[in-house]
Design a protein around this ligand. Structure first.
Ligand code: GDP
Length: 445
């Protein structure tokens, strides 16, 4: 997401900073390019216009043009204007300011990721905020919808209202709230039926549910890939049922970013959460300032560190580090490390957060990096005996053949894994000999 916009913006500002002093004409020319880049990314015209005029206002002042690095000064102004278009600095959090059970109503078109997002939010509230959450599907339109939510709930280890076949949506909603009150739930997440397009009958149904449960949050789920349609959908839902926030899914895809950039400015509704993958853990808060720096090619280091801190099991990491220091790192430990990397989600998702990666990704013509190699290494290691994992040296030709056959790979692949492991071990041995200070002296720390 945002790659193309980000690489264009980086280009524009690189050009500006090379020029040293800037004239008003330089700024105007740059703004013309920014305008084209934004329109190309499917940002709504009024948002673009407003944005450009804000930047121009700030950028042509004497203070900016007279600074030593006007390119950077303009980039800062653009950054601030982007943050403002995105809704201002800081996250708009979900609100629970009411006596429990608090209802969250999930609405949106079919296929937008509504059910998945319901599961993700349930997991997040349970794991992070220690809320007792009940999920309930009111989707009686799509045959498997209720089962799908029940399965997600099971994965997330969150309670799900038992399915009573044939029960209409309003009755399910009432039963969910009753159950929550009786059983002491903090939050009830109600997943409503989707629709293919804005449909009055279903809209009326959502309206009735809303009146009945009086939700604290009405969250619209939209797919970032649908661009301006996402914004139009939000307008329609806002007018028909009212919204408190937007969950924007598929931010991990190659959407151009227009929907995210226009949503707040056009609808006045904040994006509260974003979906960044299919896994239940792939849900993040929407930080306008982080998104802005991503768009400007500055990366989202804060987001990356947060993600690493969340997914990496500290205890396990410490154990691994100790083993490394003692020179006792074996293939079992290597597998544990691979699993941690896997938990962080897709490598391309991580790349999106690194500075300057937009360009690199584009150079790779948007192809995903082959992460299957990590999975294959895990499969290969699982086909080894305990002894082999502890003492990889004993893996000679016949064992390699057996492991390759057992894991459905080839001897070459087993060799490659062993080589990678040996390379890692060699680095660690050096680490041991030199100690941390020695490594720092070598410039490796
Ligand atoms: P619903 O019809 O709105 O309930 O949509 P679903 O929750 O069933 O989601 C439709 C598809 O989109 C599923 O295959 C999900 O795994 C996928 N999906 C949902 N959110 C995301 C996301 O943030 N990123 C990606 N890549 N896929 C998603």
């Amino acid at each position: 997401m945002f790659e193309s916009l980000s690489s264009k913006f980086s280009g524009i500002f690189e050009g500006m900073s090379k020029r040293g002093l800037l004239s008003e004409a330089d700024v105007s020319e740059a703004m013309r390019e920014v305008r084209l880049a934004m329109l190309d990314a499917d940002v709504a015209l009024p948002v673009v216009k407003d944005f450009i005029s804000r930047v121009k206002e700030g950028a042509v002042g004497k203070e900016v043009l007279d600074t030593i690095s006007p390119g950077q000064a303009v980039a800062k102004i653009v950054n601030d204007a982007l943050v403002e278009s995105l809704g201002g600095a800081g996250v708009v959090p979900l609100s629970f300011n009411a006596a429990p059970p608090v209802a969250i109503l999930m609405v949106g078109l079919q296929g937008s990721g509504k059910t998945t997002s319901s599961g993700k939010i349930a997991l997040r509230l349970t794991a992070r905020e220690h809320k007792k959450v009940l999920l309930a599907s009111l989707d009686t339109q799509r045959p498997a919808a209720q089962l799908q939510l029940a399965q997600l709930a099971e994965q997330a280890k969150v309670a799900c209202l038992p399915i009573v076949s044939g029960q209409p949506p309003l009755e399910i909603a009432a039963r969910a709230m009753d159950t929550a009150r009786r059983e002491g739930y903090d939050v009830v997440i109600l997943d409503t039926a989707g629709r293919l397009s804005i449909d009055e009958a279903l809209m009326a149904e959502v309206g009735a549910v809303k009146t009945l449960v009086n939700p604290h949050e009405t969250l619209l789920v939209v797919d970032a890939m649908t661009g301006q349609d996402a914004v139009n959908t939000a307008q329609a839902f806002k007018a028909a049922v009212g919204l408190t926030g937007v969950v924007m899914t598929r931010m991990d895809g190659d959407a151009k970013g227009g929907a995210a950039l226009s949503m707040r400015a056009i609808t006045g509704t904040p994006i509260k959460l974003v979906g960044s993958g299919e896994k239940l853990t792939e849900l993040e808060e929407f930080y306008p300032e982080r998104v802005a720096s991503r768009i400007l090619g500055l990366g989202d280091i804060a987001g990356l560190v947060e993600k690493a801190a969340e997914t990496i099991d500290e205890e396990e990491s410490e154990k691994l580090a100790l083993k490394m220091l003692k020179g006792k790192f074996d293939l079992e430990d290597y597998a544990a490390q691979l699993r941690q990397i896997n938990k962080m989600g897709s490598i391309t998702g991580i790349m999106d957060m690194l500075p300057g990666m937009g360009k690199l990704k584009e150079a790779m013509s948007g192809k995903d990096i082959d992460t299957s190699i990590l999975d294959r290494h895990l499969v290969i290691i699982s086909s080894m005996t305990k002894g082999e994992r502890k003492q990889p040296d004993i893996i000679k030709a016949s064992r390699k053949k057996r492991i390759a056959a057992g894991s459905g790979t080839s001897v070459q692949e087993v060799n490659r894994l062993l080589k990678q492991f040996n390379d890692m071990s060699a680095v660690m041995k050096r680490f041991n000999k030199l100690g941390i200070k020695g490594l720092m002296r070598q410039g490796l720390g």
